[in-house]
Design a protein. Structure first.
Length: 507
């Protein structure tokens, strides 16, 4: 944690004193940003808890090799999932409302994307079976292939809800869909379906999303062959999709390299560690993106409000994500024992080596929000290519030491690239490093205080007893230490009042 503390200190060194803000009697009321963030995070807590609960069960029912098989396929199907909307959703959110007359042509376009991806996914099975020497992959990829057909229809109704700022409805639908997918996975796993249970979640989730979004948006599909009407959406979406695939490649090239070099078992352990340390970021930042991008896009012509919204969403991200990662790193052994069971013990050292990467991941999506909201996705593409090259080089260097070497390379490379990525992204915008540093150093310092308090407590009373009781006890100590850390930071009341105040109306 020391390197990121140093970075935060450098970012916060030039901060100006934040003026106190008088209390507002209607602080919560009409504060759409705060309400939407709170509800979205609340739904995400439900998803986070359900995901962990199901993971605890299926990790004891499904062998590590089957998880490794799923990771082999997911590296490629996840990349294809990025293209499910062809970037049309981001284009709609960035360009704002007023595209209703073009919905029939957009529906034709997104359904065409879905059909092409479904065919490619079905054809990918035999290719991956040959690449990895795993014939089981040939048939199992038919399940995610069916999901792409459903995603093609789901793009527009989902985007319509976000455009209308119906964030709570959108979050509720996503939560129910994910719970249904997890339920199917759990039932199949208990019946001995093995890796089939892991692949079955995606088509079930896609079907639930389509039904929920269509019902909530009162949308009915209409088609038009006038694709030329939406050419600018297609061009913008194409660049967004290219950025996504390069970003996804950067996040999964380690799986590809390690899977080819070390096989499914080592990949299964590494992937489980990576997913766990990145789970706080995925659980918080991706749902926040649904709010951050449209709100930032609508305020991009108002620099002060743009900066205020950026700081608000990043404060939410780091205030929740940093303590989650910090607790995971202090209580690693017990958390792995509770979540996965004794067969996953090799995950523990990998998690600790990936800790610095996990801390950096809490504000990983901040540049993505800015690029998309400002419409500068072409600039993002240049950075993402450089980032992919640096990460791939680091992983190729580290893979000679197996999963441990790849984990060290991941933490080192991700930490080294964060500040350069932010500097490049903020150029030409009203944002500065101090805007992120202002909301980063307080929760980071509070996390360090909580971690130190828990380590001291564990040294005093030991770690004997059932793992789940240790996790519950340590969680209470860590939460208390985190709250105390905030209180010990000077000016925390005026800081929160300033950052969470009601936004100015957008003209």
């Amino acid at each position: 944690m020391l390197p990121i503390l140093i970075e935060a200190a450098l970012l916060g060194a030039r901060l100006k004193t934040i003026p106190s803000t008088s209390s507002a009697p209607r602080f919560w009321r009409n504060n759409h940003h705060l309400q939407s963030s709170a509800v979205t995070v609340s739904f995400q807590v439900v998803r986070y808890g359900a995901n962990l609960g199901v993971t605890m069960v299926i990790s004891r029912l499904i062998a590590p090799g089957d998880f490794g098989l799923f990771a082999m396929a997911a590296t490629f199907t996840g990349a294809m999932l990025i293209f499910k909307d062809g970037g049309v959703e981001s284009a709609l959110l960035s360009h704002g409302p007023g595209a209703d007359k073009k919905f029939p042509a957009l529906t034709t376009l997104t359904c065409f994307y879905g059909l092409i991806l479904a065919l490619l996914c079905a054809a990918l099975g035999p290719a991956l079976a040959w690449l990895y020497g795993e014939p089981r992959l040939a048939a199992v990829l038919l399940l995610p292939a069916s999901a792409f057909l459903l995603h093609g229809f789901d793009v527009l109704p989902g985007a319509m809800l976000l455009q209308a700022r119906r964030f709570r409805t959108h979050a509720a639908i996503e939560t129910v869909a994910m719970l249904m997918g997890l339920a199917v996975t759990l039932v199949l796993a208990t019946r001995g379906a093995g890796y089939w249970a892991l692949f079955a979640a995606e088509p079930v989730t896609a079907l639930c999303l389509l039904v929920g979004h269509t019902w909530a948006a009162r949308w009915r599909p209409h088609f038009s062959a006038a694709i030329s009407e939406v050419r600018h959406f297609s061009r913008f979406g194409g660049v967004v999709s290219l950025n996504r695939i390069i970003g996804y490649a950067a996040g999964n090239v380690d799986n590809l390299i390690l899977g080819i070099a070390a096989g499914p078992v080592s990949l299964g352990f590494y992937n489980k560690a990576f997913r766990l340390v990145a789970l706080p970021q995925e659980a918080i930042n991706w749902p926040l993106s649904k709010l951050a991008i449209p709100i930032l896009a609508q305020s991009r012509d108002q620099p002060a409000e743009f900066v205020r919204a950026f700081r608000h969403f990043n404060l939410t991200s780091v205030a929740l994500g940093l303590p989650a990662v910090g607790f995971l790193l202090v209580c690693t052994g017990e958390i792995v024992a509770v979540l996965y069971g004794p067969q996953w013990t090799p995950v523990v050292p990998l998690l600790r080596l990936l800790g610095l990467m996990g801390l950096c991941h809490t504000f990983l999506l901040a540049p993505v929000w800015v690029y998309t909201a400002m419409g500068t996705v072409a600039r993002q593409l240049r950075w993402d290519i450089l980032n992919l090259a640096v990460l791939a080089a680091a992983f190729l260097l580290g893979v000679r030491w197996g999963a441990m070497g790849v984990a060290i390379a991941a933490s080192t490379a991700y930490a080294a690239m964060r500040i350069p990525a932010l500097l490049y992204c903020f150029r030409g915008t009203p944002l500065r490093l101090r805007d992120l540093g202002a909301v980063l150093w307080r929760p980071l310092l509070a996390t360090a205080i909580a971690s130190g308090a828990l380590l001291a407590a564990r040294a005093g009373w030991g770690t004997g007893g059932p793992a789940y009781l240790i996790v519950l006890r340590d969680a209470l100590v860590f939460a208390s230490g985190y709250a105390l850390g905030w209180v010990l930071v000077p000016g925390w009341k005026s800081f929160l009042a300033h950052e969470l105040r009601r936004p100015a109306p957008i003209s």
